[in-house]
Structures are given as C-alpha cells and as structure tokens.
Design a binder for this molecule. Sequence first.
Ligand SMILES: NC(=O)c1ccc[n+]([C@@H]2O[C@H](COP(=O)([O-])OP(=O)(O)OC[C@H]3O[C@@H](n4cnc5c(N)ncnc54)[C@H](O)[C@@H]3O)[C@@H](O)[C@H]2O)c1
Ligand SMILES: CCCCCCO
Ligand SMILES: [Fe+2]
Ligand SMILES: [Zn+2]
Length: 382
Amino acid sequence: MAFRLCFPKINISGSGSLAEVPGELAARGLKRPVIITDATLVKFGLVAPLLEGLKEKGIEAFVYDGVVPNPTVPVVEAAYKVFVDNKCDAIIGVGGGSPIDTAKAVRILSANPGPITLYEGVGKVAKAGAFLAAVNTTAGTAAEVTSNAVITDPVAQVKMVIIDANIIPDISVNDSAMMTGIPAATTAATGMDALTHAIEAYVAKGAHVLTDYAALEAIRLIAAYLPRAVKDGKDLEAREMMAYGQFIAGLAFNSAGLGLVHAMAHQPGAVKDLPHGVCNAILMPLVEEFNRPYAVERFARIAEAMGVDIKGLSIEDASKAAITAIRDLSETVGIPSGFAELGVTEDDFPLWVQKAQKDPCAPGNPVAATDADILDLYKKAL
Ligand SMILES: NC(=O)c1ccc[n+]([C@@H]2O[C@H](COP(=O)([O-])OP(=O)(O)OC[C@H]3O[C@@H](n4cnc5c(N)ncnc54)[C@H](O)[C@@H]3O)[C@@H](O)[C@H]2O)c1
Ligand SMILES: CCCCCCO
Ligand SMILES: [Fe+2]
Ligand SMILES: [Zn+2]
C-alpha cells in the first residue's frame, strides 16, 4: 500500500533562524503579511525583531495577537478579519501550536468559503490559499510541520481536528533562541506532547520504516534533553535539541498518525481548556500500558531510546521498562499526576468516552479500545 510522507518544502532551524523570514517573503514579492500570534509572545519581545526585519525589506505587516491556548472558532474569525480588512497577501504564524493552528485556519479561509467548522475531518480543504510561514516557539506540537490544525468549537465543545496536506506551511522555522523564555511548566507540557507524538507514531497502525527512525530519534532526544530544558530554560543546547526532537516527532506522526492518548487528551483540552501536553502526559503511561501487550517489541525499543539499559532483560520486561521510563520522565518534569487536581470528575467521562471514540486520532491506535476500556483509562487518570 502506498505510504505518503509529507512535510513543508522549506524548513529553517537553528538559533537565529527568525531573521530568514523577511527575505523569504521579499523573494516572493509578498508585501502585506498578517502576523498571527499571542499577547505573551508580543510581551516577551519575540515579535518585534520580525516586524523590524520586514520593515527593512519594505514590507508592511499587520498583527493579530489575540490567540489563546486551545484556540476557538471566534479567535479564527477575528484573525481572518485582520487578514481581510488589511488586504493581506501572506500569513505568518508566530508561537506554539495555538497561533500556528489559527494561522493555518486563516489560510484555509483565505481561499475557501467559511465557516471554519466546514473543514473538520480529513481532506476537505480544496484550495491551499495564501502563503504561510510558521515560526514555532514551543517544543512542541510540531504544528509548524503538520497537515493538521486543532480548533475548538465552543458550541459543540469539541477540539475539531482539520487534516489536509493543503494546510502544511510553506516554510517552517524553529529558532531555539526564541524558546529560552518558555516557563518551566509550559516547557514540560509541550515536551511531553512531543514525546507523545513520537511514541504514538512509533506504535501506531500507520507506523512505517520511513517514520520509525524519526520517532525513535525524537524519543531519544526528548528523553535526554527535556529535563535539562525544564531545569534551566537558558540551556541553549537543550532548547536546540528539544526543537529538533519535537520537529522530527512531527515528521513521524504527521504521516504515521497518532492514537488513543491524543483522542482521549483532546476532550479535557476542549471542555476544561487544560494544556494539551499535560492531558497527553497524564494519559500516556496508562494508554501505553493498555497498548503494550500488542506491541511488546516496539515498547522494548522505546525503553532503549529513553535510555534504559535493556541488556539482560527479556523483551517483555524491557517493554514494561518503557512504561516506567515514561512515568519517571513525567514526574521528573513536574507534570501533575492526575486529572483530579485539575478539576476533572468522573461526571465528565461518559461524554468524553463518546467524543474520544469519534476523534480522528483514535483509529491510529495499535489496538481498538471499547467504551469500557476508555472509561476505565479515564478513571485511572483521575
Ligand atoms: N497542528 C498540530 O499538528 C497540533 C499538534 C499538537 C497539538 N496541537 C494544538 O496546539 C495547541 C497547543 O500548542 P502549544 O502546546 O505549543 O502551546 P500554546 O501555543 O497554546 O502556548 C502555550 C503558552 O506558552 C506561551 N509561549 C509559547 N511560546 C513561548 C515562548 N517562546 N516563550 C514564552 N512563552 C511562550 C504562549 O503564549 C501560551 O501562553 C493545542 O490547541 C493543541 O491541540 C496542534
Ligand atoms: C491525526 C493528527 C491529529 C493531530 C492532532 C494533534 O493534537
Ligand atoms: Fe494533539
Ligand atoms: Zn499533541
């Protein structure tokens, strides 16, 4: 069966990469970009250098800085209004997954009729739309690489997942110098999201030799460098390696798919507005223990990539060591141990079970889960 490996045409990374963006727009004759970002990034002074660089090239940029974590349909509509009102000809997303997904949604509306809810699901975006550069500042969702955008529909209270190669950014940028100010809790949450991407992609039904190498290397880099980046945000080597780790995890999951961790994690993200990476991290050890018996050899490889010395261990014991290593890393970087301390109760679960079963990430899981399995896993995650 044909395997489709897709990612942006141009991917610029390394400390100082942000400075390349104005030249990329000038080279294409683009004159009026909208920059879609959030207020924190503006406050941290991370957008100003881009505005200066664009001005030096005679490019007038317009800024929408109203993005919030777990971005919603109204946020997309407000950002799109800035694009239309200023007759913009390009889109630059600056931030983590939230601004980048918002930028992808604006790109959809730049060439396809609204509302954005029309595009939930797979392959519904007919035209690619305006030029899109994605400047990623967390490590991370790899949203700067993927064919996906996650937008919360506040009416249906669901995180809509839009999946289409037409929304892959034209250019991805990973400038680790922009990441030194990420707060420790966000560093931990986004790093565990990246680890979830790599592990889910490695055990997914859609895993392929063309993504397995990336998934394993991402696991290795994240396990080695995430604790350092959480401990000292100014550790540039750790920030750089985390940026690479999350990026190649994105190369893996964008083509291999994800699984039940994401399908379940999207629900507290949508309904309780909890950080995406925290939801993944709480659920990951539980779901992967559920999956482990169906992918024992792969979990043994995951243990090895996480730095566990599996010499002398049976494959079964090595696979169990992977689950322990995931739990230990989550604890080391300070992820909350369960949903209860985040205001979740058992009353939330019946609806979440139904929504998780319908989430586009669910079919990628190596083993199908019944409603009862998912309910049991949510309860264990309290
Ligand atoms: N498109 C995809 O493939 C994909 C994959 C996974 C997750 N997502 C989505 O991405 C969103 C989560 O994105 P995220 O985890 O990157 O977080 P985020 O974009 O929501 O940002 C989290 C917080 O960190 C701050 N921040 C970001 N970069 C910073 C920096 N360099 N310095 C200081 N503060 C910074 C932001 O201002 C925000 O307050 C969720 O909506 C999730 O569903 C999308
Ligand atoms: C199957 C890809 C879905 C990506 C959503 C990540 O939160
Ligand atoms: Fe996700
Ligand atoms: Zn994710």
